[in-house]
Design a protein around this ligand. Structure first.
Ligand code: CMC
Length: 424
């Protein structure tokens, strides 16, 4: 079958079919309105493919996630986050020369402009680090003003991408230091990506940071697991905002804002707050599940359900295993982990969750690991954003390179009054 046929009254509209490399199928409606006057309506874009992309593949039924063809399990166990970042953005793994060049770029761009740092001193310590992060990333267009990427100037794009991937760590760590009232720890040129970040976060005048290879390996892996996830809410936001040809920093800033929401990346903070509530209020698992099922309660099980995964989230599987071995190896007994395991087991046996194919997602166990690693709850979504940065950049670049390039501009079905007048 080459075309789909759509019967609209006495019209038959032929719509081309599109097949992806993994066999996914779509009906191409690009000319539908021109040919028929109709548009499609799809609230929440549940059935809408907004682009063709060669970056990330998800099979939600089978729980498969691949970056440019490589399984996430392979990358998580073998690669370095900076290699994965390079791979996502450039479409190939770096050779030795490219690895060195990229690493140098990240090092050279890790500092913040001193005037930017002044901003941290005027932020109230109560500010959420995600609001600081989005503000500072947008402020990069003030301090590093290469506004437009000339298609032919790959060097400008490379510089902007390295700045974002590198400086996001510095901004994140500075906002944490500010919130606890400690002096800022500047990036060090002799430390690798993850170690440098942990040093900026945890080195302090009272207790110097001691390099912990296990923690560095773990955070490296967590960042890889978050590095891209095709057309989710924040990535689609980056593409939509970027489609107006605004600069990369502002496009990514919009993505950070979208990620913050509790239905998206903000769920990792919500999960821990939910588990803490269960513990502090001594709620039974049964009560929690009943509330989650009650449509009048406004409560959902945070870290459960996913628009695409309908079986399991492969990122969650890895994180759960890592959380269990991290706690086991260090002989730690985290009561929140025990509640999480109990909650998961009970939900997976409950008809409501089974029928709706609701499984724990990436955010369900990541927070437990972050907590054990010493990150405060409000930093969890910031860690997600650090991981997702290469994905946003890769998707932005792919969109800009695509032919034909179109501004994102959905339509609507108007349901307001047909005629009204100004009173008086
Ligand atoms: N708890 C209780 N009920 C739920 C939940 C949940 N966590 N998730 C979905 N449902 C119900 C939903 O109310 C609906 O019920 P009904 O059919 O009776 O109306 C049904 O399940 C189907 O929901 P859906 O179509 O899967 O929902 P969606 O695709 O519109 O939303 C979601 C996906 C992730 C926003 C949603 O599952 C949710 O709100 N989960 C909790 C928040 C969360 O963990 N977000 C992180 C997502 S993964 C990280 C990321 O990439 O952002």
């Amino acid at each position: 079958m080459e075309n789909a046929k759509l019967n609209l009254g006495n019209m038959v509209i032929e719509l081309p079919l599109v097949t992806g490399t993994m066999g996914e199928q779509a009906i191409d409606i690009t000319n539908l309105r021109k040919d028929s006057g109709f548009i499609t309506l799809d609230s929440g874009y549940q059935n809408t493919g907004s682009c063709k992309s060669a970056i990330t593949y998800i099979d939600g039924e089978k729980g498969i996630l691949k970056y440019r063809g490589v399984n996430i399990e392979e990358l998580a166990s073998k690669a370095r986050f900076t290699e994965v970042a390079y791979f996502l953005v450039n479409g190939k793994f770096p050779d030795n020369g490219e690895r060195l060049e990229f690493s140098q770029q990240l090092t050279e761009n890790s500092m913040l402009h001193e005037d930017m740092i002044k901003f941290f001193h005027s932020v109230p310590p109560t500010a959420h680090p995600m609001s600081i992060l989005s503000t500072m990333v947008n402020a990069m267009s003030i301090f590093y003003p290469q506004y437009f990427v000339d298609e032919n100037d790959g060097e400008v794009f490379k510089l902007m991408a390295s700045r974002l991937i590198s400086k996001i760590r510095t901004i994140a760590a500075f906002s944490y230091k500010r919130s606890i009232g400690e002096p800022l720890v500047y990036p060090r040129h002799d430390l690798p990506y993850v170690g440098n970040f942990l040093n900026m976060m945890f080195d302090s005048p009272v207790k110097p940071y001691e390099s912990d290879p296990d923690m560095e390996r773990l955070l490296n892996m967590i960042l890889i697991l978050h590095a891209d996830h095709e057309q989710n809410c924040s990535t689609s936001t980056v593409r939509l905002v970027g489609s107006s040809l605004v600069n990369l920093y502002s496009s990514v800033c919009a993505g950070i804002c979208a990620l913050w929401g509790p239905l998206h990346g903000g769920a990792n903070q919500e999960v821990i707050e939910m588990l803490e509530r269960i513990r502090n209020e001594n709620l039974s698992i049964k009560t929690v599940l009943e509330r989650a099922k009650d449509k009048n309660s406004n409560f959902k099980l945070s870290g459960f359900g996913h628009r695409v995964y309908r079986n399991f989230d492969p990122r969650m599987k890895i994180l759960k295993q890592e959380a269990q071995s991290f706690l086991g190896n260090r002989k730690l007994d985290d009561p929140l982990m025990n509640i999480a395991l109990e909650l998961e087991a009970a939900a997976l046996k409950d008809d409501y969750f089974v029928e709706r194919k609701l499984y724990p997602n990436v955010d369900f166990y990541s927070g437990i690991l972050y907590r054990e690693m010493g990150f405060p709850t409000e930093m969890f979504t910031v860690l997600f954003a650090i991981g997702r940065m290469p994905g946003w950049i890769a998707q932005w670049k792919e969109m800009h390179d695509s032919v034909p390039f179109k501004i994102g501009r959905p339509r609507q079905i108007y349901t307001g009054p047909t005629e009204a007048h100004y009173p008086g």
